[in-house]
Design a protein. Structure first.
Length: 820
């Protein structure tokens, strides 16, 4: 075996290792360096000069492991790329975000969008625990094993005739809030690569660090301060959100948490991959629940929200984790100058990052505490603290893992040089093995004279079925697995497909298994499945409600595909039938009587999955606009609207919007045009426009003595024509001033419209104040519901109906929203 170190040797970043085994070149990871002062790419020349790449295998989706994938894949387009399902979804999000960053910062891009698309098409996904053969002409076997760290992260095990090789990737053996720890059996590698990020440290107790973070946040918020937690968008941010949610639910802190940057997109991908999360989260997702966001934890959907957010005590979780870019830089600039605030660092900081510099400032005098963020230098007066929430193994975990696998040759990588040197000495003290500390550019030729014998697993028996596996015949599969394999072995979707005999769509099979009463995910490894025992199945059936398969068949009698039903499932233990409609809100309204009848007939409770079928949105758009040249369709779930970009104009656009709403329950915007951009008054064609600053001054003067003033005035453009948009606390309030705006249109010569947005933060603040003034105590902060423009509240104790009516009227007068 031969090993080429193209990046990620005595450093953290640009992980890229070329392994030659049995005459094949396998590239493990292909990342970038996050430091701006170094060449951020691996040494590709090293790869080209040593035979190129036959196959690429990826451990996980952090940018220091995937950031250069589009480049190497473009050079070697015939090389298939292997990773887990969650890793692929995350890779897509991170690389497209990287394209946006390069465009925003006017960099010469390292790759183009077409290269990302082509690279994604070369990816083949496999479940951890399933062994696959990447070559037809070589007896090489590759297996992923769950590595902890982040969702979809895997350690990689390669077995060939020349020996066996283990690559840890980034790993952690402890259970986190989002995922289980690494799950790796007693393998027998001849050569092993181990990450060494924290190889010279022992982590603080995780629970104590989480408690310390919560206590510090509670203290800061109580004293009127704000907390910024710069967090890596992938992994760390999701952990922090769940820590804060738990603390809020337990009443340990009372604050709003705002989530900004790419963190929101990663949360969405985590939800799409429940089988890679912990059991409690996966079960909640299977029920159609939300695991990250609620009334207290909210995404920042538009940049304009940021100025409002920082007016009140709160917590902000935002990328990037090292303050090298993203919204976290903006928040740091705004919050650093106030000693009441806190910036909480929770992860690894590169030696040249602003985050590392910020930590170093804690030892300096107040006057010297200056931090460079981008092109600006800011004075740091706020508190700065570091919390140990690492998702990497520490020294004890690494040493324990090395002892567990006991390879003949150990290579220590992915760490700072001093850390690796220290760890290497510790490994040599523990076990008798050859320890290597490679440098970038090194080549190591390892000849294994007597490769270790591998534990062989007999192949699973196959039913060799030719029919597609579905709800109607999955019982046959269950009986076969129960009889031939038993309940003790966890099976991947690939294993189950091979046992059945003809499964091509593993994603569809995964959905079938997740909703089946015959199989259940393994509690510790949700990506593996076990058949339920006959006793478990019978005990559930004896409880009374209709047998599950009969119930599911009856679903089809009640709801045809034309009703919008595209999938069905069941939670057997709770006797809940889960129905997936294209447009759930519409289905709830149209079929409420059928749901009730179905429940009475079957004894099963109906639950409607809340997620919209996004592909159905496209179908409706193309049906309503058959001749339009559509260039882009965007769905914004939080706002319940669909934005469509087309070439040209559409006649009877309002009729199209009405039909779209009736069919989907969603608002339609075409080419950025919305009701918010319809003029409230018509500009006299003969009038002359005033200079914009003069017009804005006149508007300020007009609203000076009125009860409501626009909190924002924006100059916008529609179809090449500039207009003024006035943003009030809500559109309802703005429309009360129609006559005043008509006067201003004539006076200024400008088209003036009322924005459709709602200043949710101000509405919440007003609601809290009004309830307080009326002597009514709330259990938690109010919630704003934009679909019906209401405010939801939870009262602590009883309140007089007359007082509630008075509060409702006052709230409506001040905000335009009613109590829910």
């Amino acid at each position: 075996m031969k090993f080429y170190f193209c990046g990620g040797a005595s450093e953290v970043g640009a992980s890229c290792y070329l392994v030659n085994i049995d005459g094949k070149n396998i590239l493990l990871d292909c990342g970038i360096r996050m430091s701006s002062s170094k060449d951020n790419l691996p040494d590709f020349q090293h790869i080209q000069e040593n035979g190129g790449v036959d196959v690429i295998v990826i451990s996980h989706a952090h940018m220091d492991h995937i950031g250069a994938l589009p480049i190497i894949s473009r050079i070697y387009p015939d090389a298939k790329i292997y990773m887990t399902h969650a890793a692929k979804d995350l890779t897509r999000v991170l690389l497209y975000d990287s394209l946006k960053i390069m465009e925003r910062e006017a960099e010469i891009p390292a790759y183009a969008e077409i290269h990302v698309k082509e690279m994604l098409n070369r990816i083949i996904c496999h479940t951890p625990g399933h062994t696959f053969s990447p070559f037809l002409d070589a007896d090489l076997k590759v297996t992923f094993y769950s590595a902890g760290h982040i969702a979809g992260a895997a350690s990689i095990y390669i077995v060939g005739n020349e020996g066996s090789f283990f690559y840890s990737g980034d790993f952690s053996r402890f259970r986190q809030n989002t995922i289980e720890g690494a799950s790796i059996p007693k393998l027998r590698p001849d050569v092993a690569f181990f990450e060494s990020t924290y190889g010279d440290k022992l982590h603080a107790n995780r629970e104590l660090e989480e408690s310390r973070l919560v206590e510090k946040i509670g203290s800061v918020v109580k004293n009127g301060g704000k907390v910024l937690i710069p967090a890596f968008a992938l992994g760390r941010a999701q952990e922090i959100i769940l820590i804060l949610k738990k603390a809020i639910n337990k009443g340990m802190i009372n604050t709003k948490v705002y989530v900004d940057g790419m963190v929101k997109d990663i949360c969405r991908i985590y939800k799409l991959n429940p089988n890679y999360l912990r059991e409690n989260l996966a079960k909640k997702i299977f029920k159609g629940g939300e695991i990250f966001f609620d009334d207290n934890v909210m995404p920042v959907d538009i940049p304009e929200m940021r100025e409002e957010i920082i007016k009140e005590p709160c917590v902000i979780v935002s990328s990037s984790g090292m303050l090298t870019g993203g919204p976290s830089q903006w928040y740091a600039e705004k919050l650093a100058g106030d000693e009441k605030n806190l910036i909480a660092i929770t992860g690894y900081q590169d030696e040249e990052s602003p985050g590392r510099r910020l930590l170093e400032l804690t030892d300096e005098k107040d006057d010297d505490k200056k931090l460079k963020l981008g092109d600006k230098e800011i004075q740091v007066k706020c508190a700065v603290d570091k919390f140990g929430l690492s998702a990497h193994a520490d020294m004890s975990e690494i040493l324990s893992f090395v002892n567990f696998l006991y390879p003949k040759k150990v290579f220590l990588i992915h760490g700072d040089p001093d850390v690796i040197d220290f760890l290497g000495r510790e490994v040599q003290r523990d076990i008798r093995t050859d320890v290597y500390v490679p440098q970038n550019g090194d080549v190591h030729d390892i000849d294994i004279q007597n490769p270790r014998k591998q534990l062989k697993r007999e192949p699973f028996p196959s039913m060799k079925m030719k029919d597609a596996l579905n709800e109607g015949n999955i019982e046959k599969l269950w009986r076969f697995v129960l009889d031939k394999i038993g309940v003790d072995i966890g099976l991947s979707v690939e294993d189950i497909g091979e046992i059945w005999g003809c499964v091509e769509d593993t994603d569809a099979l995964k959905d079938l298994l997740n909703n089946s009463v015959y199989f259940q995910p393994d509690k510790k490894r949700m990506f593996l499945y076990r058949p339920v025992s006959e006793e478990e199945l019978k005990s559930e059936e004896d409880k009374g409600p209709m047998e599950v398969n009969k119930m599911l068949s009856l679903v089809d009698e009640y709801f045809s595909r034309e009703s919008g039903l595209y999938k069905k499932g069941a939670r057997f233990d709770e006797k809940i039938a889960i129905l997936y409609f294209d447009f759930p809100d519409v289905a709830k309204y149209r079929y409420s009587h059928l749901f009730k009848e179905f429940e009475e007939r079957t004894g099963w409770k109906v639950e409607i999955n809340e997620n919209i079928n996004t592909s159905a949105i496209n179908d409706v758009i193309y049906k309503l606009l058959p001749d339009a040249a559509i260039s882009k369709i965007s769905y914004k779930s939080f706002d319940k609207l669909v934005s469509v970009k087309i070439d040209g104009e559409i006649e009877d656009i309002q009729e199209v919007k009405d039909k779209f709403y009736n069919e989907t329950g969603l608002k339609l915007i075409v080419n950025g045009k919305d009701a918010s951009v319809d003029t409230i008054g018509v500009v006299d064609k003969g009038s002359d426009k005033l200079e914009q600053n003069e017009a804005l001054t006149i508007i300020d003067e007009a609203f000076k003595d009125l009860p409501h003033k626009p909190y924002k005035k924006s100059i916008k453009t529609s179809n090449g024509i500039k207009y003024i948009e006035l943003s009030f606390i809500s559109k309802v309030v703005g429309e009360r001033y129609k006559e005043k705006i008509d006067e201003l249109i004539k006076k200024t010569g400008w088209t003036i419209v009322v924005g459709s947005g709602c200043n949710q933060i101000e509405v919440i603040n007003i609601a809290k104040r009004v309830f307080g003034e009326m002597g009514v105590k709330l259990k938690k902060n109010p919630s704003v519901y934009l679909d019906d423009m209401t405010v939801g509240i939870s009262i602590d104790g009883d309140a007089d109906d007359e007082i509630i009516k008075k509060i409702d009227d006052t709230l409506y007068d001040m905000t335009g929203l009613r109590l829910r």
